[in-house]
Design a protein around this ligand. Structure first.
Ligand code: NIG
Ligand code: FE
Length: 398
């Protein structure tokens, strides 16, 4: 198939725009792309689709989500509006733990059913690759069920799903005051079981005062290394705990959140080749005032990704376009940085080499927009200009 008559933002050269471009797709991969006038003769006979001059970007990638969960936390939202903090609610047994109770009581089919409207909202905005974490089970059966539900979502919908095992998300009530035993007796054995079932693409953790310290996370990372799995970390979100330095020392793909990260952390991330995953939805929802060190990350040359962090507590957001807008308005990222954040840099945060750019050999996953300039994707609030998506080489009108 040949897609023609488009303004192409391939994300291979910043957010540069190539007018009158062509993309040739064969076998769910991009075979060739470039100016129409240079289309090789070998492709001239392929079936043709005219995109009417629309803007084309890589399919969007939401690289950090907790989209599978039971229940919701609207009551906690009301408590926070009355002045309770996220950490106070968590320490009182609410927060992540209330979602753990609800998730433990939810079947795999119901987890999938509950997640589908959220996943559909993401797809409707051009998402073609979605990361989904476990971490609301904190026991073997529920963690495995969450990961199976995540895989099922990738079968039921035309979207690629990348899973992360997040057993080290919170300390369950049955291990209260005994986080070390939880890591050794539940978290690591469950990771091994999930890996044996082919359910884990990466391993994540939450390094925080209300979660796990660096030595506990280090044991999870060591277990991941033994299994040959890449690692990531929720780091320096609510306080500075040294998670970035730990993640860098262990060769992590990314550190995520980063509100309390320092310039030194930014340099360590650059030296380790890590991606900074910026999550403005959590910053906004928690009414955080401390900003991630965007200038230091930029100066150090750390690639920045942007994600929804879709979860029932700190970021009940399913709009990646809104996350881009927030990255720009709240953090002064540029629209070009925001677009890189949901395409090539997001792919890097996942360790996925064949998505996030439009180039020969890449997956044929594209988003086709009714806009004329890529900055319009970050500029508007609550408006979806998606015209169509191409997933695995198939054009789908939304
Ligand atoms: O990424 N920071 C830890 N985990 C989630 C929040 C999960 C929740 O509140 O349910 C996050 O913000
Ligand atoms: Fe998260």
């Amino acid at each position: 198939m040949i897609l023609s008559n488009m303004a192409l933002v391939a994300m291979t050269d910043g957010a540069a725009l190539l007018p009158d471009a062509v993309v040739v797709i064969r076998d769910a991969r991009i075979a060739w792309t470039g100016p129409r006038t240079e289309l090789p003769v070998a492709y001239h006979a392929d079936e043709h689709t005219d995109l009417g001059g629309r803007l084309v970007t890589p399919g969007l990638i939401d690289c950090h989500t907790h989209v599978v969960f039971g229940g919701n936390r609207a009551a906690e939202f009301e408590m926070r509006l009355e002045g309770a903090s996220y950490e106070e609610i968590a320490r009182a047994g609410g927060g992540i733990m209330s979602t753990v109770s609800a998730t433990r009581d939810t079947s795999q089919d119901a987890l999938v059913e509950n997640a589908l409207p959220r996943v559909d909202a993401m797809i409707a905005e051009g998402v073609t690759l979605l990361e989904i974490k476990s971490g609301y089970g904190l026991d073997r059966d529920t963690e495995l069920r969450m990961l199976r539900a995540a895989r099922a979502l990738g079968v039921q919908r035309r979207v690629a799903v990348h899973t992360s095992f997040l057993g080290a998300h919170a300390i369950p009530p049955e291990y209260a005051g005994n986080a070390d035993a939880y890591i050794d007796e539940i978290c690591i054995p469950t990771l091994q079981a999930a890996h044996a079932e082919g359910l884990v693409d990466a391993v994540d953790g939450f390094c925080e005062g209300i979660a796990f310290d660096t030595s506990q996370i280090a044991r999870v990372f060591d277990a991941a290394h033994t299994l040959g799995l890449p690692i990531r970390l929720h780091a320096e979100q609510l306080s500075h705990q040294g998670g970035v330095a730990l993640a860098a020392a262990h060769g992590a793909l990314s550190a995520d959140h980063l509100e309390y990260a320092t310039e030194k952390d930014a340099k360590a991330m650059a030296a380790a080749g890590m991606v900074a995953v910026i999550l403005p939805g959590a910053f906004y929802t928690l009414r955080e005032t401390r900003m991630p060190p965007i200038d230091a990350l930029r100066a150090a040359g750390v690639p920045m990704a942007i994600s929804t962090d879709c979860n029932p507590g700190s970021s009940p957001m399913t709009s990646l376009l809104l996350a881009m807008n927030m990255g720009c308005t709240l953090f002064r990222m540029t629209p070009a940085e925001a677009l890189a954040g949901v395409t090539n840099h997001a792919a890097r945060a996942l360790g996925v080499a064949d998505a996030g750019q439009i180039a020969a050999g890449m997956r044929a996953d594209l988003a086709i927009w009714d806009v004329t300039h890529p900055a319009e994707l970050s500029y508007r609030i609550g408006f979806n200009p998606l015209y169509a998506r191409v997933f695995a080489g198939t054009l789908e009108r939304q």
